[in-house]
Design a protein around this ligand. Sequence first.
Ligand code: NAD
Ligand code: KPL
Length: 305
Amino acid sequence: MSSTWHVLGAGSLGSLWATRLARAGLPVRLILRDAARLAAYEASGGLTLVEQGQAHRFAIPAQTVDAAEPITRLLVACKAYDAHAAVAQLLPRLSADAELILLQNGLGSQDAVAALLPSARCIFASSTEGAFREADWRVVFAGHGFTWLGDVAQPLPPPWLEDLAQAGIPHEWNTQILTRLWRKLALNCAINPLTVLYDCRNGGLLDHHCEVATLCAELTELLQCCGQPAAAEELHNEVQRVIQATAANYSSMYQDVAQGRRTEISYLLGYACAAAARHHLSLPHLEQLRERLATHLANHGLPVD
Ligand code: NAD
Ligand code: KPL
């Protein structure tokens, strides 16, 4: 019998994982912010997953953060800026040998969470799956993808990867998870802020080829300086390939800004610029991009961090 999957954050990705795990008959509990959210969830009858136009509802048991049940396996599915505070609230419930799976994009939030629990195993994940919330408690599986998981402190995979296989969650254990997260961060830094500033789909960046190339050169320098040469390989070519392959799409940061939601800038471009500063590396275009983006966010009444 598998241990219970406690899922912290019943948003897009958390719901996508929770519903597939529950569909496979695995024990899942949702952790919601407070009694009001729990009451709203219970009134809705469960979480609905919409896949290829078909909706299925799963009556997954839920609880609030301050429930008494101990937690041995926690899937952290909050935004990067919420992860530390959300996990901190659960400290009294986490067992000494707890395992956490951190689904956050970018870098920085994983180390902040890991520092809260020195004896717990923190597994970092990087996902290309896509999901969005159509309504409260209703998530649409928008883009099939893959999830890489890894542990910077321990190369051996956990036995519960079998649960993911059973749930049909495409995944792979990756002993170089930081390289994958850095590579994704670099792609996001080269594409997402410019789509916000130029108010365009990813394909619109084909008109800003030189600017993208300059950013890729600086990001390559940063990755090499941060001991991530593999993440730097052929970065510009991959950025161009992604821009072409996703030309019709709006980047995730574009969508956040368009919908008035806080962005994860501090864990993407902000993290990159802070890393450059730590290494006394001058990356003027990247820094200028961060400043332009921060000004744009402030002008739209959004947090600049
Ligand atoms: P989301 O905003 O849809 O969901 C986050 C959920 O966490 C929200 O429901 C929020 O209420 C909840 N939450 C925050 N603090 C909480 C707390 N203290 N207690 C309980 N719940 C709390 O976000 P998302 O789109 O699922 O993204 C989660 C992470 O996954 C982000 O880092 C994102 O970049 C990454 N990601 C998302 C996708 C996607 O398609 N949505 C794909 C790849 C990576
Ligand atoms: O991951 C992305 C995003 O929009 O966040 C892509 C499509 C790669 C653009 O950076």
